[in-house]
Design a protein around this ligand. Structure first.
Ligand code: CDP
Length: 221
C-alpha cells in the first residue's frame, strides 16, 4: 500500500511551500500538479496559439513531454521551473486548465507518476478527482489579501516587477475561474481538513499537518 497526501486550495494559500516541506520530512515524492498546467500554458503562449483554439491546445497537451524531477519542471527536456511562474503564464493558465481534454491528459499523467509511490501532491482537484482515495486530504486557504501579499512578495523577491493590485486582481480572476469551471472545480473535498493559514506561520501550518498525520498513524481517523 502507498500513501497519498492531497493538498488542495486556491492560489497563494501556501500549498506548495507546505507540500514540499511535508514531503521532505516524510521522505515522500512531491508532485506539483499546477506546474504541469503551467508548462502546457507556457508552450501555448510560446507557439502563439490563440486561447480560443481548444483543438490546438489539446494537441499541445497530448504531444508535450512534461516531466517533474524533484522540485523542477521540464518541458520537452527544457528546465522551465522559473519561466512557468511568470505573470504572463499565471494570467492565462486557468483558461487552459478548464479544457476537459487537457485535464484528462494531465490527470492520467499525474496518476501514472504517483503510482506505486508515497506522495504529497498539491493542486485543485487532487482530493476530489486525481486521488479521491487519498488517506489524507488538506484544503489550505487564506484571505484574498493575504494570498495576494504572499504572491506579490514572492515575485518581488525573484526580481519580477509587479504591482500588488495587479497580483490581487490576477488571483481573484483565477480563483473565480478555477472555482466555477464545469470540470473538476476547486472545492473542498469531502473529509478534507481545512486549514486557514491567514494568521499562521509556515512552521505552524506544517505542525498542524503533522498532528493530523500522527492521528492517522495512531488509528484515530
Ligand atoms: O501556485 P498557484 O497556487 O498560483 O497555482 P498552481 O498550483 O501553480 O496552479 C496554476 C493553475 O493551474 C491553477 O490556477 C489552476 O487553473 C490550474 N490547476 C488545476 O486546474 N488543477 C490542478 N490540480 C492544479 C492546478
Amino acid at each position: 500500500m502507498t500513501i497519498k497526501i492531497a493538498i488542495d486550495g486556491p492560489a497563494g494559500a501556501g500549498k506548495s511551500t507546505i507540500a514540499k516541506k511535508v514531503a521532505r520530512l516524510l521522505g515522500f515524492t512531491y508532485i506539483d500538479t499546477g506546474a504541469m498546467y503551467r508548462a502546457i500554458t507556457l508552450k501555448v503562449l510560446r507557439e502563439n496559439i490563440p486561447l480560443s483554439d481548444k483543438q490546438k491546445i489539446i494537441e499541445i497537451a497530448r504531444k508535450s513531454d512534461v516531466f517533474l524531477e524533484g522540485e523542477k519542471v521540464f518541458l520537452d527536456g527544457e528546465d522551465v521551473s522559473e519561466e512557468i511562474r511568470k505573470p504572463a503564464v499565471s494570467e492565462k493558465v486557468s483558461i487552459v486548465s478548464q479544457i476537459p481534454e487537457v485535464r484528462k491528459i494531465l490527470v492520467n499523467k499525474q496518476r501514472e507518476i504517483a503510482k506505486d509511490k508515497n506522495v504529497v501532491m498539491d493542486g485543485r482537484d487532487i482530493g476530489t478527482v486525481v486521488f479521491p482515495e487519498a488517506q489524507l486530504k488538506f484544503f489550505l486557504t487564506a484571505s484574498l489579501e493575504e494570498r495576494a501579499k504572499r504572491r506579490y512578495e514572492e515575485l518581488r523577491n525573484k526580481g519580477t516587477d509587479v504591482k500588488y493590485e495587479k497580483v490581487l486582481e490576477e488571483i481573484k480572476v483565477r480563483d473565480d475561474m478555477d472555482s466555477k469551471r464545469k470540470d473538476s472545480p476547486l472545492i473542498i473535498p469531502e473529509n478534507a481538513i481545512v486549514i486557514d493559514t491567514t494568521h499562521l506561520t509556515e512552521e505552524e501550518v506544517v505542525k498542524k499537518v503533522f498532528e493530523e498525520i500522527k492521528k492517522i498513524v495512531r488509528g484515530e481517523i
